[in-house]
Design a protein around this ligand. Sequence first.
Ligand SMILES: NC(=O)c1ccc[n+]([C@@H]2O[C@H](COP(=O)([O-])OP(=O)(O)OC[C@H]3O[C@@H](n4cnc5c(N)ncnc54)[C@H](O)[C@@H]3O)[C@@H](O)[C@H]2O)c1
Ligand SMILES: [Zn+2]
Ligand SMILES: [Zn+2]
Length: 347
Amino acid sequence: MRALVFAGDGRVAIVEAPVPTPTPTGAVIRSTLASLCTSDVHCVHGARPLPIGRILGHESVGVVEAVGALVTRFTPGDRVVCGAIASCGLCNQCMRGNDAYCEAQDGTMHFVSRRNGTLADFFSVDYADRNLAAIPADVSDEAAVYTADMLTTGFTAAINAEVPAGGTVVIVGQGPVGLAATMALRTLGAGRIVAIEPDLQRADKSRSAGADYVVTNAEDLDAVLSAGGGQFDSAVDAVGGATTMDTCVRLVRYGGTISNVGFHTGRDTLELPMGPLRNGMSGHTIRFALTPGGGELIGRILRLIEHNRIDPTILTTHRFGFEESVAAYELMESKSDGVLKPIVEWN
Ligand SMILES: NC(=O)c1ccc[n+]([C@@H]2O[C@H](COP(=O)([O-])OP(=O)(O)OC[C@H]3O[C@@H](n4cnc5c(N)ncnc54)[C@H](O)[C@@H]3O)[C@@H](O)[C@H]2O)c1
Ligand SMILES: [Zn+2]
Ligand SMILES: [Zn+2]
């Protein structure tokens, strides 16, 4: 089979690789559609050490090709989404409900960091009953692929932000993750959604995703506060890096909540302004989260798509055949041509 792999020195390539076979709890999926992610770019550029030849990708849908003897919920022919984080359900972290940090799967992104990812003609997943979600007949592969990572991350960001019904929220960054968070906050009942996004095309997309106001000058916090009608109940950091958490702290009221899903490198140190944090007595909650493991949240988000509550296909900007997946990756890496999400299709 063909696979898109890490080729060393920040490069990727399509190579021949053996078709995987399922473990007793696992399944092998024939790929039908996948999307590229900013996290793939982080992986290739050393966020975690990768061996040359490691298959990339963690946002995929397909058809079950084969299952292990212990799999009960899926059979060959089922259309499925495979979650970006595959967890075991049995380790200490899983049993505490922290399945994003499953110990059996390296404590972080299951795919790629420790084993092969999904960007290949076929891919395998362990604990298939737990980690796959069946796609409803009326939901397209293209809509479903966004539940593998973008929407589960967006919903996690929104759930962790704990916006009261009708409350106000600011989202820093409207890349695909921030846009997914905007859709989720709208669905969960935020009363006023203000997004900060300097890129004008993305700012436009933010309005389609459900933002009520978009501020394009990320430095102009007065404009953000004015759009929010004062300090916000909650903030979502969908960028990461040194400065955006500072922005969130300055924008959220005492007792409010800040929800981070942005990527910080291991070398980043966050400096927080202690004035707005009332010398450490402000009642703020700050949460850091990875998208959850398993297919349970995916199943619920698929229901929201099935019943037309959200349409994640507004994130698709480019389409490639799998044979062009190096170009799809390079587009994501360069973030050129107005790219949000490139999808890769198998014919
Ligand atoms: N926590 C998780 O589970 C999880 C899952 C997937 C991705 N991520 C991470 O989330 C981050 C966002 O992903 P993405 O694909 O949307 O990335 P992206 O780079 O496409 O989008 C980031 C956006 O933030 C904007 N931005 C940059 N600086 C800003 C500032 N100071 N204020 C406001 N906006 C600013 C950029 O213009 C861009 O549109 C990435 O770092 C990715 O690795 C986390
Ligand atoms: Zn991803
Ligand atoms: Zn586990």
